[in-house]
Each structure stands twice: as C-alpha cells, then as structure tokens.
Design a protein around this ligand. Structure first.
Ligand SMILES: [Zn+2]
Ligand SMILES: [Zn+2]
Length: 356
C-alpha cells in the first residue's frame, strides 16, 4: 500500500559545505520524551549564517541552519507539561549544559559545553523544527506576546544579541553611542539604543541608502566615512570627549583600529561583529592604555536578555521594517544570495500558516 510505504517528510534547507546549501526532503521529526516540535512560521538569516556559507565559521556539514526562528508548537513529546500545541514561540538557540561555571551564574551564552541550534543541531530553515529536550528543560522556548507578529518575533535572537551588546556598553538614557556600520545589526543597534534612551547616537556607514535608514530610524548624527572626518565628528557630537561606547557591527578588519579613536577615555569598545578566522589586525595599544579603554566582544545573550527583548520588541518603532527580503522554503538559498549581495536588510524564510 502506498500509505504504508510513504514516510512523512518535510522540506529543509541543508548546509553541505561552504558555498553549498540545498533544499531537500528530510524525515518529519517526531518528538521523543522531553522534546517538542514546531511548525515553523519565520526564520531570518543571520550574518553568521553567511559567514558559515563563506567558510569563515564552522557548522556541521548536513545540518539544517537557522537560529533566528519563530513558530507554533504542533507536537509535544511525553512529559512536556509546560507547553501546549498552538503556543506561539521563539527559541533561544543556545544549548547550554546548565552546570559549568558560566551556566551557574546565568551566562549560558558562555557555556563551555555549548552547542547551538543551526550549527551543531538542526535549526529552523525547514517546515518543522525538533526542539531538543535540553532547550525545553532550560526554558529556552519562549512564548511570544500576542501583539508581536511571528515574522517580527523571528528577530528576537538578533535583537537579544543587541540588548546584550547595549548592556555590555552600559547604555543608559543619555549615553552617547557610536555605531560603526549600518547593516541589519547596526540598524538594530540604532532602534534598540533609541528605545533605551541613548543619545546622541552616531552612525558611520559608507552606503547612502543605509545612512538614510539610520537617519529615519532615529540616529542623531549620520556620517559617511568616505567624506566625513569620523573621529572629529564623533568628538564634536560628544562635547569633545568621544563616545561613551563604540560598537563595531561590521566584521571588517580595517575598522578595528579606527574604532578605538571614537571612544572617550574609560569608554567601552564592543566588537559585536565576528571577523574572518585567523586574521590579525594591528592597533595602537597606547590608545587603550592611556585612555583606559575597555575592549570587549559580545555574542548571543543571556536568558534574561531574551526575556527583556520579547517584552520590548512590540513597542520598538520600525522593527517591522528590518526584514526586507522574504522567501519561501524552496527559495531559501536566495536568502543567502541576497545577503551576500548586501541587497536590503534582513532576509526571512517564511512558512505558510494561519497565525499572525
Ligand atoms: Zn543570529
Ligand atoms: Zn554550561
């Protein structure tokens, strides 16, 4: 009988090797005890997915990428009592051990035994996502507020990363912030720093279209590094001191040393972007020494930062404009192509469904 031979399948985007992703049939996962399954509604492409595609960052060959994800629970494994079918949720993709030194102080994004959905374990560029029991037990399945549409909720993960960056930079009302690069993550910094009351917000970005968006979305000073003296303009906008914090949102090595010239003494420079593996960059260590500058990085976010992000997103203006390119699962590889071409801002893979 045809039915007995037919195994339920789903469509999935699979990463095989740098430069090679394909849409294929995969078996429909069935949740075991402690697991649950989502019917995906939206998954956005991250700059780090593009870095994997370029061979600059590791992912397991054969993995389904996608860690910026929103969906609806459509199957529950045995023993999962705290969720119900039909729940609209997003996922914190960090699979943390729960018992290492970092996990014990709530910094699961620093877990030394960490695995991540979309890199080590199958992620959300597929019709369905099997959520590992560890993520369910960690509380990394987060309900979406009713007023937040799921295509915007897919931006919870990148937005939580930005909240972590702003926390690291100690951004508070009245903090001056210089943002280097106005790609999707730089612009998310503009929106969320504005929502946090930061000002002045100064953006440096070579692409005119992105400068216009930064201006429209609330940046106070928008500079073109090709024609503006960026360090002088940052100083002029901050009473001669330099910015309280500088965030480098583009993984361009040539931007590292100049970023150090934008920060005030005792300010913070956050390397938010990832950089090509193994590449070195020279900088003047005396700028750090005499300026008592704190140089840091940030990646992903704590559970608490995810929780705060979900509470904040429904009231952030323009957040629904961050996604500019939408694809169905059959065209998911084009989402990579549009990011590689720097066409628009965020690319989203969307899945049909009745829920908003
Ligand atoms: Zn991401
Ligand atoms: Zn851990």
């Amino acid at each position: 009988m045809a039915t007995s031979k037919t195994k339920a399948t789903m469509r999935a985007t699979v990463f095989h090797a740098p430069g090679k992703v394909a849409v294929e049939d995969r078996p429909l996962p069935q949740p075991a005890a402690g697991e649950l399954r989502l019917r995906m509604r939206a998954a956005s492409l991250c700059a780090s997915d593009v870095r994997v595609y370029r061979g600059e960052k590791y992912a397991r060959p054969g993995v389904i990428p996608g860690h910026e994800i929103a969906g609806v629970i459509d199957a529950l494994g045995a023993g999962v009592a705290s969720y119900a079918e039909g729940d609209r949720v997003v996922i914190c993709p960090v699979i943390a051990c729960g018992h290492c030194r970092f996990c014990q102080v709530g910094r699961r994004n620093r877990c030394v035994n960490r695995r991540t959905l979309g890199y080590d374990v199958d992620g959300g560029f597929a019709d369905h996502l099997l959520v590992p029991a560890e993520l369910v037990a960690l509380g990394h399945v987060l309900r979406v507020p009713d007023e937040l549409p799921l295509d915007v909720a897919a931006l919870t993960e990148p937005s939580a990363c930005v909240i972590a960056s702003l926390d690291l930079c100690a951004v508070a009302p009245g903090s001056s912030l210089a943002i280097v690069g106005a790609g999707p993550m730089g612009l998310l910094h503009v929106l969320l720093a504005r929502a946090a009351g930061a000002g002045p917000i100064i953006v440096s970005e070579p692409v005119a279209e992105r400068r216009a968006i930064a201006r429209r979305w609330g940046a106070d000073v928008v500079l073109d590094p090709a024609t503006d003296n960026v360090p002088a303009r940052v100083k002029a906008a901050t009473g001669g001191y330099g910015a309280d914090a500088v965030v480098l949102t583009a993984g361009v090595l040539a931007l590292v040393a100049p970023a150090l010239e934008l920060v005030r003494p005792q300010g913070i420079v956050n390397m938010f972007a990832g950089f090509p593996r193994g590449e070195l960059v020279p900088f003047d260590p005396n700028l750090v020494h005499y300026g008592e500058v704190i140089l840091s990085g940030s990646q992903n976010a704590t559970s608490d930062q995810y929780r705060r992000t979900l509470a904040l997103l429904p009231v952030v203006p323009h957040i629904d404009e961050v996604v500019t390119n939408r694809y169905d699962i059959e065209h998911a590889p084009e989402a990579y192509a549009s990011r590689l071409a720097m066409d628009g801002l965020k690319s989203l893979v969307e899945f049909p469904g009745p829920e908003r």
